[in-house]
Design a protein around this ligand. Structure first.
Ligand code: NAP
Length: 247
């Protein structure tokens, strides 16, 4: 891709989304930072590339908001060439008492919004002559995790959405991929993942002994856009330090 390509990233305010936005900008992309507040990523130490950010308000659970955000971004930049559906939530609870409201909320943010984001990006990508969509899934899509029925179901749906759209839209020059991380340390979960029982468990479960970083995910996603490999589509690419295949 050339330096003029425009990639939208949902949930770019913090965590993995912010890291993806910075990595894409570092590589010369114009990045549409779609956040609920309409402000750029909260990472004041990394101001260097913020000139390549176009900040747009977007709540991914509101279809009108997604539609308006892409229209505003395309209007300001001249068109859209890619999308990263990153925004997501994690709510857990014992399955026998998990309310349908909580289940639906997780599905709405992680799965339905991913579909709606792809659908609303479609006409912009077609107009640009094609493009690439990266959906952020999770390695929880293929394993059974106690208290995580909604999250696991939502991420399995992300894999299915990715496969269906990759097949359906290939003839329009649109590739769709699912990047599925394992345990990634962010500012929000750092304490739980680096000290205490979860940290001890992960040290044993992840073959290399340590969790991933937001930079790991950002580099993989940015590489997908930078390298533009036309034959790579529909796949779920796991980035979990081999935890998901560890016996
Ligand atoms: P995070 O730090 O909690 O950030 C979540 C992001 O999603 C925030 O930017 C948040 O925006 C945004 N968001 C949530 N609901 C939204 C909505 N309705 N509309 C727009 N934005 C919304 O989480 P993260 O760890 O960076 O996770 C990012 C993605 O990676 C998620 O899809 C998650 O499932 C996936 N993932 C994470 C891990 C991990 O270990 N961290 C592992 C596998 C997969 P606000 O700032 O407005 O709340």
């Amino acid at each position: 891709m050339t330096t003029k390509k425009v990639i939208a990233v949902t949930g770019a305010s913090r965590g993995i989304g912010a890291a993806i936005a910075f990595e894409l900008a570092r590589r010369g992309f114009t990045v549409g930072c779609l956040t609920r507040k309409g402000k750029g990523p909260e990472a004041p130490e990394a101001v260097e590339f913020t000139r390549r950010f176009v900040n747009v308000a977007c709540d991914v659970t509101d279809e009108a908001s997604i539609k308006a955000a892409f229209a505003e971004l395309a209007d300001k930049t001249g068109g859209l060439n890619g999308l990263v559906n990153n925004a997501g939530i994690h709510l857990d609870g014992a399955s026998h008492e998990l309310t349908t409201a909580i289940y639906d909320k997780v599905m709405a943010t992680n799965a339905t919004a991913t579909f709606a984001g792809c659908r609303e990006a479609y006409r912009h990508l077609v107009k640009s002559g094609g493009g690439t969509i990266v959906n952020i899934g999770s390695f929880f899509d293929k394993i059974g995790v106690k208290r995580n029925v909604a999250y696991c179901a939502s991420k399995a749906a992300v894999g299915a959405i990715t496969r269906c759209l990759a097949v359906e839209w290939a003839n329009r020059g649109i590739r769709v991929l699912d990047v599925a991380p394992g345990y990634i340390v962010t500012d929000l979960n750092r304490k739980a993942m680096t000290t205490g029982p979860l940290a001890e468990y992960l040290k044993k479960r992840i073959p290399g002994g340590s969790t991933g970083t937001t930079s790991d995910v950002a580099k993989l996603v940015a590489a997908i856009f930078s390298e533009a490999i036309p034959f790579l589509s529909g796949e779920t690419i796991y980035l979990d330090g081999a935890q998901g295949i560890n016996h």
